[in-house]
Design a binder for this molecule. Structure first.
Ligand code: FAD
Length: 411
């Protein structure tokens, strides 16, 4: 069942049973992708499987606020945890847009599973691929593609939007660093084995002291508290404690004092992943609600045939498509090596707004039943709110967009 959950979500990206080289080809967004059926077409079987999976996500994982370990295993087995990782290091060696499509597809079913996959691929794997030494790449990327979940530990109680006010300390003692401090809000940390931890080697240096460390769970990372949340409840979000955690010097990822650069660059592109999660969520809510409009009758008419309803769902369909295009465009710009930071901020901001509108409307369109936990739309409605908060709040996205606009129009 769980293999099917994941492979259904990814069916249009690749064949789960294919050898890695073929998977890589199936992931390609060039010629292979053009031969695939349109992303809007689902067979009857696929639709049924999607509904079953949505029910499983809601009834088993959301209610218990636990990610089923078999889901994580399924993601690894189907190659979804190393989408861009080179084939010789165990990955699918596919494009960034492929990762974005996977995140979107998973979010149509369960935004919690989607963010697990998103953080692992677009943050953790990308940090290793882009900034790590050959030694760290060879050691960690295969594990991260095959079996070990990663997490990205930047935020702290006192440093959220102002991320570089972080306080976690790393002191050099001979051939190792000793980490002390705490982190907050860390996605995947309940199940992760590999922690990318941002800490300062010298608070007097400000952001220039921030350094990225690779920390294995068994080096002594402690889960201080698991948060109980409004939405994406089966995605673990924990507070972490580092008490004299000894990390070998060779586990510094990139250069000492250059952690801020890693964090900025990765979050700039990571935002496109969150945009994709929000597009998938919006589409998932829409797809669940729409059939009901042509089953339910009031005043002897299908409710979907009232003009007031037609205008609403037509508008939401346009909004979702616009959010998707912003997201894919930002992904393509990044792949082409062109400036993409403003476009990524626009995509994340807009997609999170559309996810809120779409899931809210989906609840309303179902009337009373939309408000119950019998149907998945209330879960999408709860899950969407995080899109305006993590990887930069909506205010921070607007600030980024405004900064670029000012530069464009004042030079
Ligand atoms: C479920 C969840 C998962 C997360 N996962 C991770 C993770 O994996 N790794 C990680 O490192 N972090 C993670 N985070 C942290 C997340 O990135 C932060 O919560 C987010 O950046 C906001 O920081 P904050 O919560 O401290 O809010 P604050 O920064 O305190 O913001 C509070 C409010 O003030 C506004 N504000 C702040 N500064 C400004 C400004 N300059 N101008 C205008 N308005 C401003 C914000 O927009 C917001 O509305 C996660 C958070 C949640 C809730």
């Amino acid at each position: 069942m769980l293999r099917s959950i994941i492979s259904t979500a990814a069916r249009r990206q690749f064949a789960a049973s294919a050898p890695k080289t073929l998977r890589a080809a199936a992931f390609s967004t060039t010629s292979a992708a053009r031969d695939q059926p349109s992303l809007h077409t689902l067979s009857e079987d696929e639709q049924m499987m999607k509904d079953t999976v949505a029910r499983f996500a809601r009834e088993e994982m959301d209610e218990s606020e636990q990610m089923d370990p078999a889901v994580i295993k399924g993601l690894f087995e189907t190659g979804l945890m190393g989408v861009e990782t080179p084939a010789e290091l165990g990955g699918a060696e596919a494009s960034f847009l492929s990762a974005i499509l996977v995140i979107e597809e998973l979010a149509k079913i369960d935004p919690s599973v989607s963010v697990l996959c998103d953080v692992h691929n677009t943050l953790v794997n990308t940090v290793f691929r882009t900034f790590a030494s050959d030694h760290l790449k060879t050691k960690y990327l295969p594990q991260l593609a095959e079996e070990k979940l990663g997490c990205f530990c930047l935020s702290e109680a006192g440093s959220g939007s102002d991320a570089f006010a972080l306080q976690t300390r790393a002191e050099l003692k001979g051939d190792h660093y000793v980490l002390n401090g705490s982190k907050m809000w860390i996605t995947n940390s309940g199940e992760a084995d590999v922690f990318l931890v941002f800490a300062t080697v010298d608070p007097s240096l400000g952001y220039k002291g921030i350094t990225c460390f690779v920390v294995d769970r068994d080096m002594g990372v402690k889960i201080a508290k698991k948060e109980k949340k409004l939405g994406i409840r089966s995605s673990s979000t924990c507070q972490l404690a580092f008490d004299d955690v000894v990390v070998p010097k060779e586990n510094v990822l990139g250069e000492v004092g250059k952690g801020y650069k890693i964090a900025i660059e990765i979050l700039n592109e990571g935002r496109i992943g969150i945009a994709a999660q929000m597009v998938g969520l919006a589409q998932g809510a829409f797809d669940h609600a729409m059939p009901y409009l042509f089953q339910r009758k009031q005043f002897n008419s299908f409710i979907g045939d009232f003009q007031a309803m037609q205008h609403q769902y037509a508008q939401i369909a346009v909004d979702i498509e616009a959010a998707r295009l912003l997201t894919y465009n930002a992904a393509r710009l990044k792949e082409e090596g062109k400036p993409f930071v403003k476009e990524a901020a626009m995509a994340k901001l807009y997609a999170s707004q559309v996810a809120e509108r779409a899931s809210s409307k989906a609840v309303e369109w179902l009337g009373g039943v939309g408000f119950t936990r019998e149907f998945p739309v209330e879960k999408f409605y709860r899950d969407c709110k995080i899109g305006a908060i993590y990887e930069g709040t909506s205010n921070i996205q607007l600030q980024t967009i405004a900064k670029f606009l000012r530069k464009e129009y004042s030079e």
